[in-house]
Each structure stands twice: as C-alpha cells, then as structure tokens.
Write a protein that binds this ligand. Sequence first.
Ligand code: KG4
Ligand code: ZN
Length: 339
Amino acid sequence: MPAAPVILAIESSCDETAAAICDGHGTILASVISTQIAEHQPYGGVVPELASRNHMTRLQPVVAATLAEANLDLSAIDGFAATSGPGLASSLLVGSTAAKAMALACNRPFLAINHLEGHLLSPFIGLPDGIQPGIALIVSGGHTLLLLLNKDGSSRLLGTTRDDAAGEAFDKAGKMLGLPYPGGPAIEKTARSGNPKAFAFPRSMLDSGDYAFSFSGLKTSLLYLLPQLGDSLRDRLPDLCASFQEAIVDVLVTKSLRAAREFNAPSISLSGGVSCNRRLREVFTDRARRARRSFIPATGTHTTDNAAMIAFAALQRFRRGESSPLDADIDPNLKLASA
Ligand code: KG4
Ligand code: ZN
C-alpha cells in the first residue's frame, strides 16, 4: 500500500501529454510522457490545434498506462490534479477537464496547479530533505524566472526576461541555423565539437544591477552575423552554436550566483527544459562549488514538461488542505503568486 495521500496529476500545457502518480512521501510511483515533438517538427514549432487534438487522443491511454505502472486503480487515488496554466488554452482544457471528471466520478478533490510551480519544485522530487530554501532559476521555452524560494514552496520573483525566454532564444537560433526543432537540444549537440570563445556574442543585461534578463539582442547579433559567414557557415556551425550557448549560460549562471550572494542563499535550484543543457549544468556545478553554494538541478525526465512535477506540487497543496473548485478556469497567462 502506498503512503497516503496518493495524487494523480495530468500535464497538458503544451506538446507533452503526461500523467504521473506520487505518494504521500513525494515518491513518484509512475510517470508517463507522450511527446508530440515529431508531429510538430515539420512546422518548426508547436501548432496549438494539433497539440490539443493529440492530447484528446493520447490522454486516456497515458492515464491508463500510468495507473498500470503504479499497479493501482482509480479507487486508490486521493486527489486529482492538472496544470491550469500558463500554456496553450486548448491544450490546458483537455488535461484539466479530464482531471475534474475523474475527481467528480471518484468523489475526490481536484487541484489546479500552476505549471511554473511544478517546474520550481521539480529539483526537490525524491530528495530526503524535501524543498530547500534558496535561489531558484526556471528556464524553459516560455519562461526565464529568477526567484527566492521558501521552505514551504512559496516564492518571490526577483527577475524575469524582458523579451525572449532562454529556451525561446535557443529555439529561434536553431531555426535560423537550419537545425531541427526544438533548437535547444540541437544547438547543444552541435556545440559539443565547437569553441565557445570563437564568436563574441553579447551578454545582455549582465551588469544591469537587477535580475532582469534579455535574449533578443543575442538573437539579433546572430541574425546579422549569418550573412557575413556566407559559405563558411557549415564549417563554423559548431563554433557558432558553442559561442551562442556560452553567452546564454554565462548570463544565467552569473546572475543566479549574484542573487545567491545578495540574499545569502545557501543553494541554487535549476529547473525547466533548458536545465537539461549539459554545459549549463557543468558551469553551474563549477561556479556554485567555488561560491560554496549547493547546486540542485532537476534531473532526468523532471527537466522538460512532465506530470511528476505537477503531482509533487499538488501534494504540497493537498497537505495544506487546499483544493480547487470544479468550475475553476484555466489561465493561459497564469503567473506565479509572489510570497
Ligand atoms: O520546460 P519545457 O519542456 O517546456 C516549456 O515549459 O517551455 O522546455 C522546453 C524548452 C525548449 O525551448 C527547448 O529548446 C529547451 O527547453 N531545451 C533545451 C535543451 N533541451 C530542451 N535548451 C537547451 N539545451 C537543451 N539540451
Ligand atoms: Zn514547462
């Protein structure tokens, strides 16, 4: 028998159809992710209508597979959660409606969860000490957020991006360079054989004196550089990718460590799709060690979109006696509440 409460969560905010179950200790009993990357690849980005229709057909088999993986049936679930935003409206509706229907049918509470809260807490899944207070960096396709995280999971926003998110910058650069979607993993792979110092890309807002980010200037400088390279572009691709990646990594790590110093934070956690970038993790690990801070990155399938992080975030709320009404709306522009 798993420890109560057992939570089943659904994530369908973008192009991943996912379900997961966690127990009362925060242990993930099952997590299934059905990615739609291949369906959206021909269009060079996520097509909202295609995404929601794929969620419709995939969700039931994904939930069934999750229950089977955990060796549980619906009667064992104490609460049903779903991502309620931010994300694509029509995609959010599919997961949210399914979780509400199960909650209604099983007479159990429903919990509407902020996708960003899921990412924020994802580095602490499975850690014996649970959530650690400190600086938190969320870097995904839609967001770049630097926060001060409290032990109870609440947070205060220190800074965000003024234009493109870090993952968006990777994706747009990937498109410009003719690499497959999504650009982040493709740029990382190409960068492996390149020299990160070959091109001097700008480190926007590095010395702005606050915790804001900006990546659109970086994208523009790549755009202007490409015609100058002409036929040599193919040969210089690894150097270009390595230098572009280094500029993003440098700004993210420098500003996070600066915040850790200013707020005397003992640790820095890292989450969101971009957190699986190996160069980012390498530089964070090295510079956090030198600054005597612990570095807590999300791991494995908890980096890119997944439902385990939604289940884990829902568990914290369930423990506090919280639940959401069955007529709760989704919100494509949902923000993180600031503590
Ligand atoms: O968290 P996520 O799955 O979805 C959002 O909530 O946005 O993040 C997806 C983003 C995409 O922009 C993708 O290019 C980026 O994460 N990403 C990476 C890597 N893997 C995924 N960026 C850089 N390096 C990677 N290895
Ligand atoms: Zn995400």
